[in-house]
Design a protein around this ligand. Structure first.
Ligand code: NAD
Ligand code: MG
Length: 407
């Protein structure tokens, strides 16, 4: 076997990180884990360090790093412990590292993912928010620094697989008419609309087909996830809004498709298990085993498709509007959405009010061009201030309401 690939996993303790390590463990000698990072799940990170023996581990805080250090010392682990965002950027850009799995959730992963891109790494991208918020700056750095971007997000991985190997960013040149992203429609695809105000975080996080982190689970329930994926696809494949179609496909068996001008539709199918796109990205251009169950088509028996309902899922529409507006609009969309999802999970915002908060921020925060990474963070900050102010007013409004009721 050739030299092992040196990999770093940013967000190793999350749903994607754990799946990635599961694939890595199936291929002894093929991958060398150089660094693992986690925000708060120190016990999980410690166990991973003891199993994969990375050179570095990064914890989110000094207290977390101390706890990890103590655990390693007690167990005889030799991993060097670092902490904080600068350490994330540092491990993402280490010279011996060739592959970085970007699996932190939210814009919190942008700086480290960007550092990997700037260091010209092979970046296996799960952290869609990094690309969505920083699109032009991110893709400029990919081109300028000779980085390679391989999508892990299942839809984009499917599209990547259905495009010609030599695709270099010109869809027309390879005869592509449209990209078709499939969406399950999440847990509330058929829920009566009048039930949505009572939806709880536990219900929203119970996805019918995929087991994922809480933030992306809520995004799937509002379909903001698909909206973010439309923007992600626009940057990855250089596609305009009109070249990206979304179709509801409740079974999540077809992970996405590419439509060619001759009428061919090329699809990638499989069981909904993230280890397939992760193994594809880790092994590329070779195929490696992922440990997944193979798809039994006869058992699947039939597949269903329908148009998305933009009235039920306004977030999908808002994301398309942000894509069309360009510049900082997707960063504002993302920041307002991150604020809204956190507020919903913290029982400060009703599920059906998530789109209203995002629409408000998009209307209030001016769109500016993105030239450097700090432009992205400035837009992000402005949107969060605006969203928090809306939340404070919204909460005040509800209190007034209850006062009136009790008066
Ligand atoms: P998760 O919540 O399960 O894990 C997130 C990881 O990021 C954890 O390791 C956590 O410690 C780390 N993290 C969280 N906040 C951090 C911060 N502020 N600083 C540094 N590290 C931090 O999330 P997930 O479901 O694994 O998703 C990760 C990313 O992959 C998201 O962007 C998501 O949209 C994308 N994605 C996930 C799936 C999936 O099946 N889970 C599918 C497609 C795309
Ligand atoms: Mg996806």
């Amino acid at each position: 076997m050739s030299k092992p690939r040196n990999i770093v996993i940013l967000g190793a303790t999350g749903s994607i990180g754990v799946n990635a390590l599961d694939v890595v463990a199936r291929h002894p000698g093929r991958f060398e884990v150089v660094a693992l990072t986690a925000h708060r799940q120190i016990d999980a990170l410690l166990q991973q360090c003891l199993k994969f023996h990375p050179r570095f581990a990064v914890a989110g805080s000094a207290a977390g790093a101390e706890q990890l250090q103590a655990g390693l010392r007690a167990a005889g682990g030799t991993t060097e412990v670092l902490c904080g965002e600068p350490a994330l950027e540092q491990v993402a850009a280490l010279p011996p590292v060739d592959t970085v799995i970007a699996a932190i959730v939210g814009i919190a992963g942008l700086r480290a993912t960007f550092a990997a891109v700037q260091a010209g790494k092979r970046v296996l991208l799960a952290n869609k928010e990094a690309l969505v918020t920083a699109g032009p700056v991110f893709m400029g750095a990919v081109r300028g620094r000779g980085a390679t971007l391989i999508p892990i997000d299942s839809e984009h991985n499917a599209v990547f697989q259905a495009l010609p190997r030599d695709f270099s960013g010109d869809l027309a040149a390879v005869g592509v008419r449209r990209i078709v992203l499939t969406a399950s429609g999440g847990p509330f695809r058929d829920t009566p609309l009048e039930r949505l105000p009572q939806v709880t975080p536990a219900e929203a996080c119970a996805h019918p087909n995929w087991v994922m982190g809480r933030k992306i689970s809520v995004d799937s329930a509002t379909m903001m996830n698909k909206g973010l994926e439309v923007i992600e696809a626009s940057w990855l494949f250089n596609a305009a809004d009109g070249q990206i179609k979304v179709v509801i496909h409740p079974e999540s068996v077809i992970h996405s498709l590419v439509e060619y001008i001759d009428g061919s539709l090329l699809a990638q199918l499989g069981n909904p298990d993230m280890r397939t796109p992760i193994a594809f990205a880790l092994g590329y251009p070779e195929r490696i085993e992922a440990g997944v169950d193979f798809l039994d088509l006869a058992r699947v028996s039939r597949l269903n498709f329908s148009e998305p309902d933009y009235a039920r899922f306004p977030c999908l529409w808002l994301a398309r509007e942000a894509l069309r507006a360009g510049g900082s609009a997707p960063a504002v969309l993302n920041a307002a959405n991150e604020t809204a999802v956190a507020a919903f999970l913290g029982s400060r915002l009703r599920f059906d009010r998530i789109p209203a908060l995002i629409e408000h921020a998009l209307g209030e925060v001016p769109v500016v061009p993105l030239r450097v990474l700090e432009d992205v963070f400035n837009a992000d900050r402005r949107a969060r201030v605006c969203a928090e102010a809306w939340l404070a007013r919204h909460a005040a409004g509800e209190n007034q309401h209850s006062l009136r009721v009790s008066a």
